[in-house]
Design a protein around this ligand. Structure first.
Ligand code: NCD
Ligand code: ZN
Length: 404
C-alpha cells in the first residue's frame, strides 16, 4: 500500500494505492499506506532503444542499457534489431530474449528486423516468435544501407504492413550521403519524401520524425509516429558544442524546425529516445547516434516544471500512448488492473546532467550540463527497484489469443 500524490486520469490526486501481485488493485482517498514524497507518475516506456550486446557489447549491453533505463524512470523498453548479427530470424530473437530474462533491470520487448533477405519468410518467422513472445513491431530500420536493397521496396512494405506493425526509419536513401556534420548530407527532403511515399501505400509506425512537414503529413493518417528528445531540444547550432559528436540519424535540424516541434508537443504521439550509444572514439569518427534512455524523462520533467510542456502531455507521450499504440495493455497508466509501475520525482531535486553519473556504457551524453530531475524512486510491479538494484525486468510474453 502506498500513499502520495499520483498522476491519475490526467491530473494529480492525493490518494492511496493498494497493490496485489504487482498490479494496482484499488485507488482511493481513504486508502492508507507508506507515504511517498514527490510526484508519482506512471513509469516511462521507451519504444526505441538500441541495447546492442552481441558483437557490439563494448558500446552497450542489455544489462547496462536497462540499468540506464531504470535510472531514467523507464520501466519498459522496445529494443531494436540492428545488432551484429542482425535479429532477423527466430533463433537469434529467442537467444536475445534469454539474455534479457537474465540481465534486464526493466521489462523488455524486442522488434524483429525486416530485410529483403527475410521478407519472403517473414510471416513464418513472425508466427514462430509470437507463439512465445509479444512481438511489438517488425522494423525496416536500415533504409540507409539499402539503396539497392530497397527492391523489397515501398510496394512490398504495403503487403507486409498488413501482416504486422512495421516501424520505419523513413529517410529516402537517394538523398542521403555520409559526412560530418551529417545535417549537411541528409536533408529534410530525405525524410519528407520517404514519409509521403509510405503514407500513400499503407499505415506504418514512423520512428523518430524530425521535420515539421513529415509530422504534418503523418498526423492526417492512421499511421503512428514518435519524436526524440534531441529533435525537440537540439539543433544544428549545437554543432559548435558537439563537434564530430553531432551526428545522429535523422540529423539535427534548424532551430525553426525544433522550435515548432517543441511548441507543438501536444501533437506528438510518442516521445522515444532512439537511445543509440557509441563510444567517444567512435563518435569522433562521425558514427551517428545519441544515448538518451536515461535522460529523456528527467529532462522533460524539468521542462514540465518550467511550463515548457505540461505534465498531462508528457505522461501521454512517454507512457499512455506508447502503451496504447504498441499494445502493452498492462502498462502506461496508473489505473486499476495495470502494473504498479511508477517513477517518483522530487521537483526540488533539479541538477545538471553529467555523463559520468549516467549508467550507459558509452560514457557521454549530448545533454551534458542540461538541468534535469531524475527519479528518486522507481517501482516495477509494486517493488521499489531503483535503490535495491534488483534485476526486476521481465520479457513480455505473447498474449496469443488477443492478436491472432
Ligand atoms: C542508429 C544506431 O546507432 O543504431 N543511429 C542513429 O543515429 N539513430 C542507427 C541509425 O538509425 O542510423
Ligand atoms: Zn534507432
Amino acid at each position: 500500500m502506498l500513499e502520495g500524490k499520483f498522476f491519475y486520469k490526467g491530473e494529480f490526486l492525493e490518494a492511496g494505492i493498494e497493490i496485489e501481485d504487482g498490479r494496482i488493485k484499488n485507488i482511493g482517498k481513504l486508502i492508507k499506506g507508506k507515504k511517498i514524497r514527490g510526484l508519482i507518475l506512471p513509469a516511462g516506456i521507451d519504444v526505441h532503444v538500441h541495447f546492442r550486446d552481441f558483437e557490439e557489447k563494448h558500446k552497450e549491453t542489455i544489462e547496462t542499457g536497462s540499468l540506464s533505463a531504470l535510472h531514467g524512470g523507464v520501466c519498459l523498453v522496445v529494443d531494436q534489431p540492428n545488432t551484429k548479427p542482425l535479429i532477423d530470424n527466430d533463433k537469434t530473437y529467442f537467444f536475445r530474449m534469454e539474455i534479457a530474462k537474465k540481465k534486464s533491470y526493466v521489462d523488455y520487448s524486442l522488434n524483429l528486423a525486416l530485410t529483403n533477405k527475410n521478407s519472403g519468410e517473414i510471416k513464418e518467422i513472425i508466427k514462430r516468435i509470437s507463439k512465445k513472445y509479444y512481438l511489438p513491431a517488425i522494423g525496416e530500420v536500415f533504409l540507409e544501407h539499402s539503396n539497392e536493397e530497397l527492391e523489397i521496396g515501398y510496394e512490398n512494405l504495403s503487403k507486409i504492413s498488413l501482416l504486422w506493425r512495421v516501424s520505419l526509419h523513413a529517410e529516402d536513401p537517394s538523398f542521403v550521403k555520409n559526412g560530418v556534420p551529417n545535417f549537411l548530407y541528409r536533408p529534410k527532403e530525405a525524410e519528407i519524401i520517404a514519409v509521403r511515399r509510405c503514407i500513400e501505400i499503407s499505415d506504418f509506425h514512423f520512428c523518430h520524425l524530425s521535420t515539421v512537414e513529415a509530422v504534418k503529413a503523418v498526423e492526417k493518417t492512421d499511421s503512428s509516429f514518435e519524436v526524440t528528445p534531441h529533435h525537440l531540444l537540439l539543433s544544428i547550432e549545437d554543432f559548435e558544442r558537439l563537434k564530430n559528436f553531432v551526428n545522429v540519424n535523422p540529423p539535427l535540424r534548424e532551430r525553426s524546425e525544433v522550435e515548432w516541434l517543441l511548441k507543438n508537443f501536444s501533437k506528438i504521439q510518442i516521445l522515444a529516445s532512439d537511445h543509440a550509444p557509441h563510444l567517444s572514439e567512435e563518435k569522433n569518427l562521425g558514427i551517428p547516434g545519441f544515448p538518451g534512455v536515461e535522460t529523456m524523462y528527467p529532462i522533460f520533467v524539468k521542462l514540465a516544471t518550467l511550463g515548457i510542456v505540461n505534465f498531462r502531455d508528457l505522461v501521454e507521450k512517454i507512457a499512455v500512448n506508447p502503451a496504447k499504440i504498441f499494445g502493452f495493455r498492462d502498462y502506461g497508466e496508473i489505473e486499476i488492473g495495470k502494473f504498479a509501475n511508477f517513477a517518483v520525482f522530487d521537483l526540488k531535486d533539479s541538477r545538471k546532467i553529467k555523463a559520468e553519473e549516467l549508467h550507459s556504457k558509452c560514457f557521454w551524453t549530448p545533454y551534458e550540463g542540461f538541468e534535469a530531475i531524475f527519479p528518486k524512486k522507481v517501482f516495477l510491479r509494486g517493488e521499489e527497484v531503483l535503490e535495491s538494484n534488483v534485476r526486476g525486468g521481465k520479457v513480455i510474453l505473447s498474449d496469443f489469443s488477443s492478436r491472432l
